[in-house]
Design a protein around this ligand. Structure first.
Ligand SMILES: *[C@@H]1O[C@H](CO)[C@@H](O)[C@H](O)[C@H]1NC(C)=O
Ligand SMILES: *[C@@H]1O[C@H](CO)[C@@H](O)[C@H](O)[C@H]1NC(C)=O
Length: 362
C-alpha cells in the first residue's frame, strides 16, 4: 500500500518535472530563435542602409505626395500635418470648424519644407455625414493636390461615463465620429490607392481598443470597432501594396483629452493615473515612422508595448522577430495582467464602499 503510494507520487513528480523542463526547453528554444531573428533583422537593416542612402530615401518619400488628415485642426492630427509638411507633402486638413482650420493652416504652413511648391488646403467637412459627400470632396481635392498617398484618420471623440449616465446619443455620436467617419474616408480613397498600387492608411484607435475600462463602455466599444476595421482592411488591401497602420496612443495632451477629463468618473481617473500623459508631437512622429515602415501597430511607451504584445492575438505582425517576441511573451504577460486586474478591481471596490458610506451619512 505504502509502496504503491510512493510509486504513484514519484510518477506524478516525474510528470511534473518533465512538464516543467519541457516548458523551459520551449522557452529556451523560442528565445534562441527570437534572438536569431533579431540579429538577422539588424544585419538586414544594416545591409539595406549601406546599399541605399536611407536618409535621402526617407526625405524624398513624401515629396509632392498628397496626405489627407481628418481632425487636422488640432491635437495629433495637426502635429501629424506639421510632420509631413516638413517632408514636402501636399496636405489637405479636414475639420468641421472653418475658424480652427484656418488657425491650424497658419501654423502648419510655417513647417513647410518648400513653401512655394507645397500646397496645403483646408476642407471643412463632417466626415460622418455621408460616404458620398466625403468621396466627392476628396476627389475634388485630389484633382488639385494629386492622388491621395496617405490617409490619416485623427478625427475622434471621447466621452466617459457609467452606462446609466451616458445618453444614447453620446454613444451614437462616438460611433459616428470614431468608426463611421473613418470608414467613410477609407471607402472614399481606397479605389484610387488600389489603382495606383500604393498607399498608406492610418486609423487611430486607443489603448482602449485593446482593453475595456470602467467608465469607458461607449468609448471602448467604438475604439474596439476601429481595431476590427483596421485588421480587416489590412488583409483586404495587402495585395494592392496599400498598408494599414493602427495607432494606439496612450492618454495624449490634446484639447480632446481636456474635454474627456471633465467627464471622467473617479474610478476611471484613478485607473488611468497609472499611465503617463504623452505629447501629441511624439505620437504623431511615431505614427509617421510606423506607417512608413508599414507596421500594423503604432505605439508609444513601454506600457503600450506590453499591452499590444499581450493583446496581439491574430493581428498582423511586421516581422518574424515581432511574431516570435509576441509568441514568447503573451503567456507570461497574461499572468502579470492578473495583478493589474486585481489593482483595478480594488480601486473600484474601494470607491463603491466610499459611495455607500457617504449615502448613509446623508
Ligand atoms: C505637390 O507638391 C509638389 C511640391 O512638393 C509639387 O511639385 C506638385 O506639383 C504638387 N502636386 C500637385 C498634383 O499639385
Ligand atoms: C509599393 O508602395 C511603395 C510606396 O508606398 C512603393 O515605393 C513601391 O514601389 C510599391 N511597390 C509596388 C510593387 O508597386
Amino acid at each position: 500500500m505504502f509502496a504503491t503510494f510512493w510509486i504513484g507520487f514519484a510518477w506524478v513528480f516525474r510528470m511534473l518535472q518533465n512538464a516543467i523542463l519541457g516548458y523551459y526547453d520551449l522557452i529556451i528554444v523560442t528565445a534562441l530563435i527570437t534572438n536569431g531573428a533579431y540579429v538577422y533583422q539588424r544585419i538586414k537593416n544594416y545591409w539595406k542602409a549601406s546599399q541605399s542612402n536611407v536618409n535621402r530615401h526617407e526625405n524624398g518619400a513624401l515629396h509632392g505626395k498628397h496626405v489627407i488628415i481628418t481632425g487636422g485642426s488640432s491635437g495629433i492630427g495637426k502635429c501629424f500635418a506639421m510632420e509631413v509638411a516638413r517632408r514636402g507633402a501636399n496636405i489637405t486638413i479636414v475639420g468641421r470648424d472653418n475658424e480652427r482650420l484656418k488657425l491650424a493652416y497658419d501654423e502648419i504652413i510655417q513647417h513647410c519644407k518648400n513653401r512655394k511648391d507645397q500646397k496645403i488646403e483646408c476642407l471643412s467637412l463632417d466626415v460622418t455625414r455621408s460616404a458620398i459627400a466625403v468621396a466627392t470632396s476628396f476627389a475634388d481635392h485630389e484633382a488639385r493636390l494629386g492622388q491621395c498617398y496617405m490617409l490619416v484618420n485623427c478625427a475622434g471623440n471621447a466621452v466617459c461615463g457609467k452606462i446609466e449616465d451616458t445618453a444614447e446619443m453620446t454613444l451614437k455620436h462616438m460611433l459616428d465620429v470614431n468608426l463611421v467617419g473613418s470608414y467613410n474616408c477609407v471607402k472614399a480613397i481606397v479605389p484610387g490607392m488600389k489603382t495606383a498600387k500604393e498607399g498608406k492608411i492610418i486609423l487611430v484607435g486607443s489603448q482602449a481598443s485593446l482593453l475595456g475600462i470602467y467608465g469607458y463602455s461607449a468609448y471602448c466599444a467604438s475604439k474596439f470597432a476601429v481595431r476590427g476595421l483596421a485588421e480587416s482592411l489590412s488583409m483586404e488591401l495587402k495585395p494592392y501594396n496599400v498598408s494599414v497602420t493602427l495607432a494606439l496612443p496612450p492618454d495624449t495632451d490634446t484639447p480632446g483629452f481636456a474635454v474627456e477629463q471633465e467627464s471622467k468618473p473617479l474610478e476611471t481617473k484613478l485607473i488611468s493615473e497609472s499611465a503617463s500623459l504623452v505629447q501629441p508631437e511624439v505620437v504623431a512622429q511615431q505614427m509617421y515612422e510606423d506607417a512608413m515602415a508599414e507596421k500594423f501597430f503604432s505605439i508609444v511607451g513601454v506600457e503600450s508595448f506590453i499591452l499590444t504584445t499581450l493583446c496581439s492575438g491574430m493581428s498582423p505582425y511586421s516581422s518574424l522577430y515581432e511574431l516570435l517576441l509576441q509568441a514568447q511573451f503573451m503567456g507570461p504577460l497574461k499572468l502579470i495582467s492578473a495583478f493589474y486586474r486585481y489593482h483595478f478591481d480594488n480601486i473600484i471596490n474601494r470607491c463603491a464602499k466610499e459611495r455607500e458610506s457617504q449615502k448613509k451619512v446623508e
